[in-house]
Design a binder for this molecule. Structure first.
Ligand code: SF4
Ligand code: SF4
Ligand SMILES: [Zn+2]
Ligand SMILES: [Zn+2]
Length: 298
């Protein structure tokens, strides 16, 4: 891939560190000494900071910048802007695929306005039979969090994230289907703890006063699916998350990926959704998966 010319002008020669006059700094990275000019020209592009052009030590050559604050910030801005551009390009490709799907269905413009679009990551992880070890790890986690919950003060527990305002109920099945299509791509780090914390369990006990620890543990174990994604969350079954929303941690209930954020914005700002086109994205490739329709909208 061609490297963009460095964006940040140096104040000194990148080879010998002699001060550069303003004119020289605008035209080159080195002073005029032949040793600096030729030595620098001989360096391969990957051995230069992409932002300020200084020669990189071997350890930073795979990273691409010298680690200086201005260079790191500039590189981050470039990455974000490239990611935004890639998102927008994927969105446009998705819209074209959705337009084809709507045309094939013969949808009217009004019907199509109530059909959202969610482009979700393609996740190749497969489900595997639930291992006893994973259930035991989940059980140990819930038991430990119940102990911690009793030892912690109200302030300590309140430091855990609070539950968000619930999603409009009609979006639950639509978003659930989208999450199932990407096999819980963003749940991969949840392993056998599923982000269940002291506050999650305190909220559960507030809804089930008097429940014993064994009953709480049994309730959480009862939702473990026979198969789940590995690596992935113990609750991420082949059809999506099997833990009821009110038993999930606040992080699980708050997080929406970019694709679902846009679908939610459509629901709130354009037209209430009664169906969702789910598409996959893998790199720059966008592929159509299916239209999920709410039963009442059939
Ligand atoms: S929120 Fe996570 S699991 Fe759901 S569709 Fe987005 S990436 Fe996939
Ligand atoms: S409990 Fe459900 S939403 Fe939370 S990490 Fe696991 S699969 Fe994802
Ligand atoms: Zn020099
Ligand atoms: Zn640099």
């Amino acid at each position: 891939m061609p490297t963009k010319p460095p964006a940040l002008a140096p104040a000194t020669c990148v080879m010998c560190h002699a001060a550069l006059d303003v004119l020289r700094a605008q035209e080159a990275r080195t002073c005029r000494k032949p040793g600096c000019v030729h030595g620098y020209a001989m360096l391969p592009e990957q051995a230069k900071c992409r932002q300020c052009g200084v020669p990189l030590p071997l350890a930073r050559q795979g990273i691409g910048d010298c680690g200086g604050l201005a260079c790191v910030q500039q590189a981050t801005r470039q990455r974000l802007s490239a990611a935004r551009a890639a998102h927008e390009a994927a969105w446009e490709r998705g819209r074209a695929l959705v337009a084809d799907a709507e045309a094939a269905r013969g949808s009217s413009a009004d019907e199509a306005a109530h059909h959202g679009m969610a482009i979700v990551p393609r996740n190749h992880v497969r489900s595997t039979r639930m291992r006893k070890k994973r259930r035991l790890e989940l059980e140990a986690h819930v038991r430990q969090k119940l102990v911690d919950m009793r030892e912690q003060s109200a302030e300590q527990i309140a430091r855990h994230r609070a539950q968000p305002a619930p999603l409009p109920p009609e979006l639950g099945p639509l978003f659930g289907a989208a999450c199932a299509a990407c096999r819980g791509h963003c749940c991969r780090g949840a392993g056998t703890h599923a982000f269940i914390n002291e506050r999650t369990l305190q909220e559960y006990l507030a809804r089930h006063p008097g429940a014993t620890d064994d009953e709480v543990v049994a309730a959480y174990l009862s939702h473990v699916p026979p198969r789940s994604q590995l690596p992935g969350c113990v609750y991420q079954g082949p059809k999506g998350c099997t833990l009821p929303r009110d038993m999930r941690s606040a992080i699980c209930n708050s997080h929406l990926c970019h694709g679902l954020e846009r679908a939610l914005a459509h629901h709130r700002e354009v037209a209430p959704l009664n169906a969702l086109h789910v598409l996959h994205r893998e790199g720059q490739t966008v592929s159509y998966r299916r239209l999920v329709v709410l039963p009442s909208a059939d």
